[in-house]
Design a protein around this ligand. Structure first.
Ligand code: GTR
Length: 342
């Protein structure tokens, strides 16, 4: 199912930005990890996860851990720490870099800090839906990002579904682009999300994921944006009664092993972990679609009021300055051209 109609004005923005450019510099792929060393007798991998039990990501990670144990004959033990018990996402990324964690299931927001050329794929109104996104992430583009992430310390063993993000608010029913004016909207802290909110005429307010519910309670924010399963599982729906289904960002997430931990594994264990990671991504995506339907049913039952944009042109034109910036940038232009063309 397509989440929003193909937007011709996005193509126009692209054309305007690209035609003023001379040469397209190829983005050089970098090779990642060094060859593996011999297997240790038993390996324990600590895996960070932001979501609670029962959430599709958590269910898939638990099954991944079992699968790894089976495929390695118990040589590799994956310990899943869910519900962000070890800290929020930015902290987990720095723990992984410091060798205090070996694995994580991350949204793209923190990973784009390590590989800025990936920012392009978190732009609003870019991917139409999950099918469109995975066509690229499971193909040459995904492989290119895997190489760059590996060079930056993250070995990707599966692309998970981060869903389609929409806005939801307390007290104000947003139904059109002008209704965003002056609202304090929670963001994850990345440049693109902050800029998107500012371009909508609202105020971006940085709040860690685990504190969003409290920020609603304390009146520190008016709105947040996320996918339907997170809206329910994080309890945001208990406060924000107006859901404006913009599906503005459709994004993948990544199951990663730190390059340092990866290098300590034998070639056979690396292969087993890769296979289990890939299988868990397939499983996660199946669970996801079901969870979206269930989350919507829970929201309807809880009396959430749903609205959808009547048309998308007004939102896309507001994003124009940001989109143009990435069209002009040689490190992101190729990806944008490929995505728009396919
Ligand atoms: C969730 C996503 C997390 C993180 C979180 C947030 O839906 O799975 O990776 O991005 O939203 O908004 O902080």
């Amino acid at each position: 199912m397509q989440l929003f109609p193909r937007i011709s004005s996005l193509g126009a923005i692209a054309a305007a930005a690209v035609c003023s450019l001379i040469a397209v510099a190829p983005v050089s792929g970098q090779q990642g990890a060094a060859p593996p060393v011999a297997a240790a007798s038993a390996v324990n991998l600590r895996l960070w996860n932001i979501h609670p039990e029962g959430y599709p990501v958590t269910v898939a990670l638990n099954s991944f851990a079992e699968d790894v144990r089976a495929r390695t004959g118990g040589r590799v033990n994956v310990q899943v720490f869910s519900n962000a018990v070890l800290g929020d996402q930015p902290k987990a990324v720095s723990m992984l870099k410091a060798g205090e964690l070996d694995m994580g299931e991350f949204g793209l927001a923190p990973l784009t800090e390590a590989v800025p050329s990936m920012k392009a794929i978190t732009l609003p109104f870019l991917f139409q839906d999950a099918e469109h996104m995975f066509r690229h992430m499971d193909g040459a583009m995904g492989d290119k990002f895997k190489e760059r992430l590996s060079a930056a310390g993250f070995v990707v063993i599966g692309w998970y579904d981060g869903g389609a993000r929409s806005f939801y608010c307390v007290g104000k029913r947003v139904q059109g682009p002008r209704d965003f004016a002056g609202l304090r909207i929670r963001v994850q802290g990345t440049e693109i999300f902050k800029e998107m909110i500012t371009l909508l005429g609202a105020t971006p307010t940085m709040v860690p994921y685990k504190d969003v519910k409290g920020a609603f309670e304390d009146g520190k924010i008016d709105c947040a944006e996320n996918n339907l399963p997170s809206f329910i599982s994080a309890g945001h729906y208990k406060h924000a009664k107006y859901f404006f289904q913009t599906n503005h960002v459709v994004t993948p997430e990544a199951l990663v092993v730190s390059t340092a931990a990866w290098k300590k594994l034998s070639t056979a264990d690396q292969a087993a972990i890769r296979a289990a990671g890939q299988a868990s991504a397939v499983y996660m995506r199946q669970l996801w679609n079901k969870q979206v339907d269930e989350a919507r049913a829970t929201a309807v039952k809880a009396g959430i009021v749903f609205d959808r944009p009547i048309e998308y042109g007004a939102y896309v034109s507001r994003m124009k300055p940001m989109h143009q910036k990435y069209w002009r940038d040689a490190s992101t232009r190729d990806e944008l051209l490929t995505i728009l063309a396919n």
